[in-house]
Design a protein around this ligand. Structure first.
Ligand code: GAF
Length: 383
C-alpha cells in the first residue's frame, strides 16, 4: 500500500513526505454504550489507513484519495469545506485542531486504506486519527492522545453529521498489539486486557453482510436522542443522573409511563449492555470464553429486538452461528448492516464458515465477506 501512496505523491507533488498510519477497530462487546457514558471493549486491528503528508507552506490542503481516485483542494477556514465526503474528514480534523488553538498550515497528502468501508470497522475513525496524529507531529502541536481522539469525534459531530461516541477514535489512537481496551466513556479511564483467543483454542472472525442500509447516520442519531430523552425523564427524580450509565433498571421503570415505549426499549438495552461489558471483562480475566460468548449473543438479541439496529442479513448470520455451535456471535459496531463478530472454537471454524457462505449466498444472492483480524497498535508514524 505504501508504494502506491508514495508513487502518487511523487507524481502529484514532485517530492516526498512522511508516512502515518491509524487502524480501524473491532469491539468485543459494548455497542451504543459510549455516548451513554458506559463501557466499551474495543481493540485496534491490522487494517487501517496510511497517509503520506508534507506541509506545503501555503494555506491550502491538496489531498488525493487513492481508493476513490479523487482529488480535493481546500483552504482552512470554516467557509472552505470541500464537497467530497471523504475530504470533509480531513477538513474537519484541520478545523477542530484550529478551533483548539493549533497553528497548522496547508499540506499535501495522498492516502489509502484497507479497512472495508461501511463494514462497521471504523474506516472513518482511522482516517480522522491518521490526520489528527500526523498534524500534531508535523506542526509540533503537543496535543495529548485523549484530545486527538476527541478531535476525531468532533469531526464526526460537526462536519460529518454523526453524533457518535468516543469509542472508535479512542481505539484507533490508543490501540495496543494483543490487547483489548476496556474504556470507561464517562471518565475516560482505560485498562488494557491481553487478548489471545487463538492461544485459548478459539478464532475471532468477522463476517461482513456487505449490506449497508440507507439513513444509517440519521437512525444512529435518533437512537442517541432516545437515550437522552430517557435521561431527561429520570433526571427529574434523580438529578445526579447525567448518562444512562448512571441509571438503574429501577430508575428506568419509575419513568416507564413518562417515556415512549420505543425510548424505554432503547434504554433497557443500554443499561443491560453496560453490565454485559463488565461481565465479559471479568470472564475474560478468568479465561472463561463460554461466558464471553453467551454475553455476545445477549448483545445481539438486544441490538436486534430492543435497540433495533440489526437487519435481516445480520440476524441470519447470527442464527447460523448459533446452529453451528459458535461460542459467541453478534452484530458489531453501529449496526444497520456491516459485520458480525464471531468467537468460534477452532474445531468448529471450517464448518461454520462453509455453512455461513453457502446459506447466506443462497438466501441473499451474494456472498458475505470474511475477515480474520489481528489486534494491533494504534496511530503511529511509519518508518
Ligand atoms: C459507531 C460510533 F461511531 C461509535 O461511537 C459507537 O457508538 C458505535 O457505533 C456503536 O457502539 O461506530
Amino acid at each position: 500500500m505504501k508504494e502506491k501512496i508514495s508513487k502518487k505523491f511523487q507524481e502529484l507533488f514532485n517530492t516526498s513526505g512522511t508516512f502515518f498510519a491509524s487502524p480501524g477497530r473491532i469491539n468485543l462487546i459494548g455497542e451504543h454504550t459510549d455516548y451513554n457514558g458506559g463501557f466499551v471493549f474495543p481493540g485496534a486491528i491490522d487494517k487501517g489507513m496510511i497517509a503520506e503528508i508534507k506541509p506545503n507552506g501555503t494555506g491550502k490542503v491538496r489531498a488525493f484519495s487513492i481508493d476513490l481516485n479523487d482529488y480535493a483542494e481546500f483552504g482552512l477556514t470554516e467557509n472552505d469545506a470541500p464537497q467530497a465526503s471523504w475530504a470533509r474528514y480531513i477538513f474537519g480534523v484541520c478545523r477542530e485542531i484550529i478551533k483548539r488553538g493549533g497553528n497548522i498550515q496547508g499540506f499535501d497528502t495522498t492516502f489509502a486504506g484497507d479497512v472495508p468501508l461501511g463494514a462497521g470497522m471504523s474506516s472513518s475513525a482511522a482516517l480522522e486519527s491518521t490526520y489528527a496524529f500526523a498534524l500534531n507531529e508535523l506542526f509540533d502541536l503537543n496535543i495529548d492522545k485523549f484530545e486527538l481522539a476527541k478531535i476525531g469525534q468532533s469531526t464526526e459531530h460537526n462536519y460529518c453529521g454523526v453524533n457518535c461516541g468516543i469509542m472508535d477514535q479512542f481505539a484507533s489512537v490508543f490501540g495496543k498489539k494483543g490487547h483489548l481496551i476496556r474504556l470507561d466513556c464517562r471518565s475516560l479511564e482505560y485498562k488494557y486486557f491481553p487478548f489471545d483467543p487463538e492461544a485459548a483454542g478459539y478464532k475471532l472472525v468477522l463476517l461482513d453482510s456487505v449490506v449497508k442500509h440507507e439513513l444509517a447516520s440519521s437512525a444512529y442519531n435518533k437512537r442517541r436522542q432516545s437515550c437522552e430523552n430517557v435521561v431527561a425523564a429520570i433526571k427529574r427524580n434523580h438529578p445526579e443522573v447525567e448518562f444512562l450509565r448512571d441509571a438503574t433498571m429501577d430508575m428506568l421503570n419509575e419513568v416507564k409511563a413518562d417515556v415512549s415505549a420505543e425510548d424505554y426499549m432503547r434504554a433497557e438495552y443500554v443499561i443491560e449492555e453496560i453490565q454485559r461489558v463488565l461481565d465479559v471483562c471479568d470472564a475474560l480475566e478468568k479465561g472463561d470464553y463460554e461466558t464471553v460468548g453467551e454475553k455476545m449473543y445477549g448483545t445481539h438479541h438486544g441490538m436486534s429486538k430492543l435497540y433495533e439496529v440489526s437487519c435481516e442479513e445480520l440476524d441470519f448470520l447470527n442464527d447460523i452461528a448459533k446452529e453451528c455451535g459458535v461460542t459467541g456471535s453478534r452484530v458489531m459496531g453501529g449496526g444497520f448492516g456491516g459485520c458480525t463478530i464471531n468467537l468460534v472454537k477452532a474445531d468448529k471454524y471450517d464448518a461454520f464458515v462453509a455453512k455461513a457462505f453457502a446459506e447466506y449466498t443462497k438466501k441473499f444472492g451474494h456472498e458475505p465477506k470474511l475477515y480474520n483480524v489481528v489486534i494491533s497498535d494504534g496511530a503511529r508514524r511509519l518508518a
